[in-house]
Design a protein around this ligand. Sequence first.
Ligand code: SAH
Length: 281
Amino acid sequence: MTAERPARRFPLALGRLGGATPAKAKSPAPRSGDAGPAMSRPQRHVATAHADAGRRAAAVGLGLDSADVRARMVERLRGEGVTHPLVLAAFAAVPRHLFVDPGLAAQAYEDTSLPIGHGQTISKPSVVARMLELLCGGARAGEAGNLGAVLEIGTGCGYQAALLCRLGKRVVSVERLRALHDRARELLAPMRDSRLRLVFDDGMRGHPPGAPYDSIIAAAGGREIPQAWLDQLAVGGRLVSPVQQAGAGQVLVVVDRHADRYTRTVHEAVKFVPLKSGLAG
Ligand code: SAH
C-alpha cells in the first residue's frame, strides 16, 4: 500500500468553523420541496433551536468545546500514522461533536463511526483522515498545495465537507437524502462560505456544472466507480472511493487521471454505507 504524503504547502484554505463555540446555525433559505414532511418551517426552526441548545449544553457540560479535546484526537491520529500537517490541522479545527446528535456528543472524539440518522453514519476519524491524506497525494493537489476543486459524494452530516473546506479551493458536496442535505445545510451555515456548495442530487452522476474536479472523494461505496466521476476528474486529479469487491468486502480505491489514461490502486479494506442511486425525501 502506498500513500504519498506531500507534507507541504497546504494553506489553511478556508472555513470559519474552527472556533470553540461557532455561531448558531443560520436558518437556511426557503427551498422548494424541503424535507421534514410533517413539519412546517416555523416548527422546523423550533426543532432546530432545541437541537442546537441541546448540542451546546452537551458540549459545555462535557467540555467538548475545548480545543484540547480535538488536540487529543489529533494526537491519536498522529499515533496511528496520519502525518499530513494540514489534514491534522483540519481535524484540530472542526468541532466534530456539533455534527452528531447531542446524545452521542460524548463519543464524538473517539475513533468510532456514529449514526447520523436515516440509516447513515459519520465515518470514524481515522478513516476520514486516511482518505484525505490519500487525496492530498494527487498530482494536482501536490503541485497546487491544496485539493483545488473538490467533489464529495455523500454529504451526510457535513463533517467531512467542513474538513474539505480547509483543504480545497471550492467544495461541491452532493447528498441524495433530502433530510440529511437539509440538516447539513443548517450545520454548515456558520461557515458562511460561498466556496462550499451543497447539492441535493444523486451523486452517481457527479455534479457536471462544477467539473472538472481536482479531487473527488466518496463516502459511500458501490460495485464500480461511476463513469461520471471518472469523466469529471481533471487530468492530474485524484479520486478516492470505497468500492465493493465481488464476493468480498469493500476496499479503498484510488484513481489518478493522467493525460492519456487512468491508473488505479487498491488499498485497505473499509466499511462504508452503500452508494445508492436515485433521490429520497
Ligand atoms: N461524509 C459524510 C459521511 C456520510 S455517510 C459525513 O461526514 O457525515 C455516506 C452518505 O452518502 C450518506 O449520507 C448517504 O445518503 C450518501 N449517499 C449514498 N449514495 C449516494 C448518492 N448516490 N449520491 C449522494 N449521496 C449518496
